[in-house]
Design a protein around this ligand. Structure first.
Ligand code: SAH
Ligand code: SF4
Length: 424
C-alpha cells in the first residue's frame, strides 16, 4: 500500500510542476512515506529523517516531510523529536500535499496535520507511467481491531473506494498495456460499495479486455465466502495464488488476537480452495512470540504450517504497538527476545523446505511468464512472474517487457525460478 501511495504522490506532485530526481542527494524536497506496523520500521524512518535533516546545514532550500502511518500515529510528537521537520501529514491527505507544500514554501511555516479526514481516492486516478503489473488500491483503513495491530489507529476505519473509480483506473491501465492487476486493501475481500461486493468487482474486471491476470492482497479468512471461492473456477483471469494471512494456528492465540476464525475453519477454507484450484499457490503472514504464546501454542502453528505446506510466508516477531490491547499484556506475558528468535528460525526452516519443494515441481516445465522488467542482478537478465506468482529470471531483450513469454524452467531455489525463453 505504501509503495502504491508513493506512486500516486509522485504523480500528483509531477502534475503540480515538481521534478522527480533519481537520486535522493539531488533533491531539495524529500517526503518520507512511513510504516508503523512494527516498531523497527518507525525507528528506521526516524533515523533516516535525522540524517537527512543534516542537509539543511548546507542547502537553505532543503525541506523534509514525514507522511504516512507514522505521521498519523505520532503527529506533533514527531516535531518535538525532530524540530526541523517541515511537514507531518497523515496518509489521508495525499491529494492535498501539493497545495500544502506550496503554502509552506510561501509562508515558511511548517505544517502538521493530526486530525483524521476521510480518504480522497481521486489521487489514484492520476495517470501513471505504463507498467505490466499495476497495484490498484480499493480500500483504505481497517475496522477489524486485531489485538496487536496499529493499522486502525494510523489509517482509520475501513473506507472503500468507489466501484466506478476502480474500474476507470483499471481500464486506463489496460489501455496503456497493463496485463495484470493486484487489488490492494487491508481486508480486501470485505470490499463493499453501494451494494456492490468484492465478488462483483472481480466479475467486472474479468470483463475488461487486455487484463489477463487478477490477484488481490490481503484477504481476511473470515470474508472468504463460497462465492469468492467459486471465482477461482468461474473467472479465468483470477490467478490461482492466494495470500492468506493466518497469524497463528493456535485457537487460543487466534481468539486472543480477535481474528474470528479457528484452525478448523482455516483447514476447511484451504481444502475448499485446493479442491476448486488444485494448482493453488498459498502464502501467509505469521506472528511469533505474541504475548502469552506457549510452546504448545507455537507447536500448533508449526504443525499446521507443515500440514498445509505454505509455499511462501512472511514471518514477523511480535512487536508491541502503543495503545493496542496486546501491548498491555507484554509486561506480564511478554515472550523473551531469544525465544521469539528461536521460534522465528523454526518457522523459517519449515518455510525453506516447503518453498523449495513447491518451486522444484516447475523444473523442466514450460511456464507462461508476464515479463515485468530488468532483473536486479545480471546484464540482459529479465524477470517476470508465473500464474502462481513465482518470480522467474531469464535472459531476454528489454523489448519483451510487458509481454507473455513461454519460459523453460531449468532451476529452482527457495525464492526464484531460473530458465530460458524457448518456443513450446
Ligand atoms: N490486513 C492484513 C495485514 C496487515 S499488516 C491482515 O489482516 O492480514 C501486515 C502483517 O504485519 C500482518 O499480517 C501481521 O502478520 C504483521 N503485523 C501486524 N502487526 C504486527 C505486530 N504488532 N507485530 C508483528 N507483526 C505484526
Ligand atoms: Fe490489522 Fe489486518 Fe487485523 Fe485490520 S485485519 S486490524 S489491518 S491485522
Amino acid at each position: 500500500m505504501n509503495f502504491r501511495d508513493s506512486e500516486a504522490l509522485k504523480a500528483v506532485l509531477e502534475a503540480d510542476g515538481h521534478t522527480l530526481v533519481d537520486n535522493e542527494s539531488e533533491a531539495d524536497l524529500v517526503l518520507l512515506n512511513t510504516c508503523s506496523v512494527r516498531d523497527c520500521a518507525e525507528a528506521k524512518a526516524i533515523g533516516k529523517a535525522r540524517r537527512l535533516l543534516q542537509n539543511k546545514r548546507t542547502n537553505l532550500r532543503y525541506r523534509l516531510g514525514i507522511i504516512g502511518c507514522m505521521a498519523a500515529r505520532r503527529g506533533q510528537q514527531l516535531t518535538k523529536l525532530l524540530p526541523q521537520l517541515d511537514w507531518v501529514l497523515p496518509p489521508t491527505s495525499l491529494n492535498d500535499i501539493p497545495h500544502i507544500i506550496q503554502e509552506t514554501l510561501r509562508t515558511n511555516t511548517p505544517k502538521v496535520i493530526t486530525n483524521f479526514q476521510s480518504y480522497n481516492f481521486a489521487c489514484y486516478e492520476q495517470p501513471l507511467p505504463f507498467t505490466p503489473v499495476r497495484w490498484i488500491p480499493i480500500q483504505q483503513g481497517c475496522s477489524m481491531g486485531c489485538s496487536y495491530c496499529i493499522v486502525p489507529h494510523t489509517r482509520g476505519h475501513q473506507q472503500n473506494r468507489p466501484f466506478d473509480s476502480i474500474l476507470r483506473e483499471i481500464q486506463t491501465a489496460a489501455d496503456q498495456g497493463t496485463r495484470e492487476i493486484i487489488l490492494l486493501g487491508q481486508i480486501v475481500n470485505a470490499y463493499r460499495d453501494n451494494g456492490k461486493t468484492f465478488v462483483d468487482l472481480l466479475h467486472a474486471i474479468q470483463a475488461i479486455d487486455g487484463i489477463e491476470r487478477i490477484r488481490f492482497i490481503s484477504p481476511h479468512p473470515t470474508f472468504f465466502t463460497d462465492q469468492l471461492i467459486q471465482c477461482f473456477k468461474t473467472l479465468p483471469k483470477c490467478c490461482p495464488s492466494v495470500h492468506l494471512p493466518i497469524q497463528s494456528a493456535s485457537n487460543r492465540i487466534l481468539q486472543h488476537m480477535h481474528r474470528g476464525y479457528t484452525q478448523e475453519t482455516l483447514t476447511a477454507l484451504i481444502q475448499a480452495l485446493r479442491t476448486i484450484q488444485p494448482q493453488l499457490s498459498l502464502s501467509t503472514d505469521l506472528i511469533v512470540g505474541y504475548p502469552g504464546e506457549t510452546d504448545a501454542d507455537f507447536e500448533q502453528t508449526v504443525q499446521f504450517f507443515k500440514k498445509i505446506q505454505f509455499d511462501m510466508a512472511y514471518i514477523f516477531k511480535y512487536s508491541p504497538r502503543p495503545n493496542t490491547p496486546a501491548a498491555e499484556l507484554v509486561a506480564v506475558h511478554g515472550i523473551p527476545k531469544d525465544v521469539q528468535e528461536k521460534r522465528n528460525q523454526v518457522l523459517l526452516d519449515c518455510l525453506s523446505q516447503s518453498s523449495l519443494r513447491y518451486n522444484q515441481q516447475f523444473v523442466h516445465t514450460y511456464q507462461s511468464v508476464l515479463v515485468e522488467g530488468h532483473a536486479p542482478k545480471g546484464a540482459h537478465k529479465l524477470f517476470g512472474r508465473t500464474i502462481v506468482n513465482k518470480k522467474v529470471i531469464f535472459d531476454g531483450d528489454p523489448s519483451l517487457i510487458g509481454s507473455f513469454q513461454s519460459v523453460w524452467i531449468e532451476r529452482a531455489t527457495t525464492s526464484v525460478l531460473e530458465g530460458c525463453i524457448k518456443p513450446v
